[in-house]
Write a protein that binds this ligand. Structure first.
Ligand code: PLP
Length: 369
C-alpha cells in the first residue's frame, strides 16, 4: 500500500506520524480482538477505560506532571477552553479581574472571551503587528488579578515565548495548543495548561486540560457543567461522553513520542528543524523575509514573506504552486497575515525539514533576478 509522496506542513489539523495512522488502520475494525472499533465502544467499558487511563499515565510521564495536578480530556477545543478558563478562575479573587498577555490572534480571542465574565487587564500595549514580545520589565501586571493568561505559541503570527512568565504567585494559565510536547516544561509553574490535540499530539476533537488541585471548585454559577473543572476532574473526564476516538489516537501519539525518545527528542528535533528553515531565510539575503524578532521566533509555526517584507504576490503564488506540485503541502500563510507559513510539529521529521530547505534554496536560485 504505497502512498503518494507528500510532506504535510499544515498548521492544523496537522500531520500525524505514519506509524500511528498504520496502527489505527490495523485496529480500525477490530480493536485488540474485541470485535469492535474504538469508535463503537461505550466510554464506560473496561476496554475504553484502559485506553483513557493509559493515555493519561503516558501524558503524565511525558510532561512529568506533578501529583497535585488533574489531567482532563475534554471537548470544545482550544476555543472552548478560552471560555472555561474565566468561567472557572475569574472568581478566585474578589476583583474578578484577569491579566492577559496578548501576543497574537489566539490570545486576543481569549481576552475577548474573558471580557464576558469579568474585567480584563491588558498586560502589554495594544498592537496589530505581533512581531515581538515586549520586555518583561515593562509589563503591566496586576497583583490582584485572579490569574495571568498567555499563549505559549501563537500559531498564526509565529510568536513563541522562550521563558515562562514570572507572575509573583498569581496563577498562570497557558494555551499550549501549538507547542505542547515540543519542548520540556516545568508544569509546577502553571495553574492551568490546555492544548487542542490537532497539531502536535493527535487529531481534532480532544483538548488536554491540566489543572492544579487548589484551583478546582471555584467556578462561576453560570459555568456549564461540561466546562467545570470540578465536575470533569471528579468524573475522570467521563461526566459526559468524551471524544473517545480522538483520545485513542492521542494515546497512540503518546506511545509514538515515547518510542522516539520522549520530549527531549521532540525538543531536539524541533530545534534542528526550525533552525534549518530559519537559516535558509537568514542566508537568503532578503529573498525570504521574516518580520519576527529572533528572540521570539516560533519553532513550530514559521511565517515569512517572499520578495520583500510586504511580500511579492506573484512570487508567493508561484512558490505555493511549485511546492504543492513537489508534494510540499499546506504552506500558505494564514489569511490574516498572508505569505508563507511552515508548520513543523512533532510528526514532521528532520529529514522532511531538510527537503523543504532544499526546495526553498532551489526556488531562490530559479527566481532571484
Ligand atoms: N489556540 C491556539 C494556539 C490555536 O492555534 C488554535 C487553533 O488553531 C486554537 C487555540 C483554537 O483551537 P480550536 O479550533 O480547537 O478551538
Amino acid at each position: 500500500d504505497e502512498k503518494k509522496f507528500v510532506i504535510n506542513f499544515s498548521a492544523g489539523p496537522a500531520k500525524l506520524p505514519e506509524a500511528v495512522l498504520r496502527q489505527a488502520q490495523k485496529e480500525m475494525l477490530d480493536y485488540q480482538d474485541t470485535g469492535v472499533s474504538v469508535m463503537e465502544m461505550s466510554h464506560r467499558s473496561a476496554d475504553f477505560s484502559k485506553i483513557l487511563n493509559t493515555t493519561e499515565q503516558n501524558l503524565r510521564e511525558l510532561l512529568d506532571v506533578p501529583d497535585n495536578y488533574k489531567v482532563m480530556f475534554l471537548q470544545g477545543g482550544g476555543t472552548g477552553q478560552f471560555s472555561a478558563v474565566p468561567l472557572n478562575l475569574m472568581k478566585l479573587k474578589p476583583g474578578h479581574t484577569a491579566d492577559y498577555l496578548v501576543t497574537g490572534t489566539w490570545s486576543a480571542k481569549a481576552a475577548n472571551e474573558a471580557k464576558k465574565y469579568g474585567t480584563v487587564n491588558m498586560v502589554l500595549p495594544a498592537t496589530k503587528k505581533y512581531t515581538s514580545i515586549p520586555d518583561a520589565s515593562t509589563w503591566n501586571l496586576n497583583p490582584e488579578a485572579s490569574y495571568v493568561y498567555y499563549c505559549a505559541n501563537e500559531t498564526v503570527h509565529g510568536v513563541e515565548f522562550k521563558d515562562i512568565p514570572e507572575t509573583n504567585g498569581v496563577p498562570l494559565v497557558c494555551d499550549m495548543s501549538s507547542n505542547i510536547l515540543t519542548r520540556p516544561v516545568d508544569v509546577s509553574k502553571f495553574g492551568v495548561i490546555f492544548a487542542g490535540a490537532q497539531k502536535n499530539i493527535g487529531c481534532a476533537g480532544v483538548t488536554v486540560v491540566i489543572v492544579r488541585d487548589d484551583l478546582i471548585g471555584q467556578a462561576m454559577d453560570v459555568c456549564p457543567s461540561v466546562f467545570d473543572y470540578k465536575v470533569q476532574s471528579s468524573n475522570n473526564s467521563l461526566y459526559n461522553t468524551p471524544p473517545t476516538y480522538s483520545v485513542y489516537i492521542m494515546g497512540l501519539v503518546f506511545n509514538w513520542i515515547k518510542s522516539q525518545g520522549g520530549v527531549a527528542s521532540m525538543d531536539h528535533n524541533s530545534q534542528v528543524k526550525s533552525s534549518t528553515i530559519y537559516n535558509v531565510v537568514e542566508e537568503s539575503d532578503g529573498f525570504y523575509c521574516c518580520p519576527l524578532d529572533p528572540k521570539c521566533r516560533s519553532r513550530t509555526n514559521l511565517p515569512f514573506r517572499i520578495g520583500s517584507i510586504e511580500g511579492n504576490d506573484s512570487l508567493e503564488k508561484k512558490f505555493l504552486e511549485e511546492a504543492t506540485k513537489a508534494g510540499y503541502l499546506q504552506l500558505k500563510g494564514h489569511r490574516s497575515v498572508g505569505g508563507i507559513r511552515v508548520s513543523l510539529y512533532n510528526a514532521v521529521s528532520v529529514e522532511e525539514a531538510h527537503l523543504l530547505a532544499g526546495f526553498m534554496r532551489n526556488f531562490i536560485a530559479d527566481n532571484r533576478h
